[in-house]
Design a protein around this ligand. Structure first.
Ligand SMILES: Nc1nc2c(ncn2[C@@H]2O[C@H](COP(=O)(O)OP(=O)(O)OP(=O)(O)O)[C@@H](O)[C@H]2O)c(=O)[nH]1
Ligand SMILES: [Mg+2]
Length: 253
C-alpha cells in the first residue's frame, strides 16, 4: 500500500525463467501488495519458477502475443482490486526499485500515468540499447509528439504505471494483441486527456532482456504511425475508431 492505495505489479511474461527471480527479488515488497504474472504459453519453465516465488500465476492456453498478454494482466489486476497497476517486464531490463517512485506520483494524484523513460541523459545507449532502436525511438517520438500534441521523451518504454481509472475506463480491449498495444495505450491516454508523467529509468540490454529484432521493430514502427494517424483522424472528427471510443469500445471489465 502507498497512501492508502493498493499497488499491484503485473508481469507479462514470455520465456522469462532466467531473469524472473532476479526481477522479483528487487520488487519492494513493503509497498507492493501483490504480483501477478501472466505467462503467454512460454516454452521454458517461467510458470514453474513464478509459482515457486509465490506469484499469482495465470497461463494462456496458447501463445497470444504481447498485447494479449497485457490484456490478461490488467483484467486480473482490476479483479484483484488494484488502485495502482505497474507493468514491469520480468526480463530484468528495468529497475524494480523505481516502483515506489512511480506509484507515489499516481497515489498523490499528480499524474494518472507514469512512464519509466529510458532515453534521457544518454542512459539508453549506456545501458546497451542497440543503435538502430535508439534512432527509431527518437524518430518515432519526434513524429508522435507532433501528431499527438505532447512532449514526451519517449513513447516506447515497457515500464509504466497506471491508475485504476485509466485501465478501467479506456477501451484497451480494442487494441492490438501485438507489441503496438503499448503505443496504442499511450495514444488513448493522450486522447482521453489523462496526465502523463515521466521518471528517468536506467535500462539494460542483454541477450535475456531483449529479443525484438529489426524486422519486428519495423512492423512495430508501422503500427505506431497508423495509431497516430487514427488519433488525428478521430480528433478531427473524420472517422471514428473503437480504440478511441469511450462509450462503445470494449473495456477490460
Ligand atoms: N507474449 C509475448 N511476449 C513477448 C514475445 N516476445 C517478447 N515478449 C515480451 O515482450 C516484452 C518486450 O520484449 P523484449 O524482447 O524484452 O523487447 P526489447 O528488445 O527489450 O525491446 P525494447 O525494450 O522495446 O527495446 C518482454 O517482457 C518479453 O517477455 C512474444 O512473442 N510473445
Ligand atoms: Mg526487454
Amino acid at each position: 500500500m502507498l497512501n492508502g492505495k493498493k499497488i499491484i505489479v503485473v508481469m507479462p511474461a514470455y520465456n522469462a525463467e532466467k531473469t524472473l527471480r532476479k526481477t522479483f527479488d528487487e520488487v519492494p515488497k513493503d509497498v507492493v501488495d501483490s504480483v501477478i504474472l501472466t505467462d503467454d504459453y512460454s516454452m521454458d519453465r517461467t510458470a514453474e519458477v513464478a509459482r515457486g516465488l509465490g506469484l499469482d500465476v495465470h497461463i494462456h492456453d496458447k501463445n497470444k502475443g504481447y498485447g494479449a498478454n497485457q490484456k490478461t494482466c490488467y483484467k486480473l489486476a482490476l479483479e484483484k482490486g488494484a488502485d495502482i497497476i505497474i507493468m514491469l517486464h520480468p526480463d530484468y531490463q528495468y529497475p524494480p526499485k523505481l516502483i515506489p517512485a512511480m506509484a507515489s506520483l499516481i497515489s498523490l494524484e499528480v499524474f494518472d500515468v507514469v512512464l519509466g523513460t529510458r532515453v534521457l541523459n544518454g542512459m539508453a545507449r549506456t545501458g546497451g540499447m542497440p543503435f538502430f532502436k535508439y534512432v527509431i525511438n527518437k524518430i518515432l517520438t519526434f513524429i508522435e509528439n507532433i501528431m499527438l500534441g505532447r512532449n514526451l521523451s519517449e513513447y516506447h518504454t515497457g515500464y509504466r504505471a497506471f491508475s485504476r481509472e485509466v485501465i478501467a475506463s479506456m477501451p484497451i480491449m480494442e487494441n492490438s494483441d501485438d507489441f503496438v498495444f503499448d503505443n496504442q495505450m499511450l495514444a488513448q491516454a493522450v486522447y482521453f486527456g489523462y496526465r502523463i508523467g515521466e521518471v528517468t529509468s536506467p535500462s539494460q540490454y542483454t541477450n535475456e532482456s531483449s529479443s525484438i529484432g529489426f524486422r519486428a521493430s519495423v512492423v512495430y514502427s508501422f503500427g505506431v504511425m497508423v495509431t497516430s494517424g487514427k488519433f488525428l483522424i478521430q480528433k478531427w472528427n473524420l472517422r471514428k475508431f473503437l480504440m478511441f471510443d469511450g462509450r462503445d469500445g470494449r473495456k477490460v471489465l
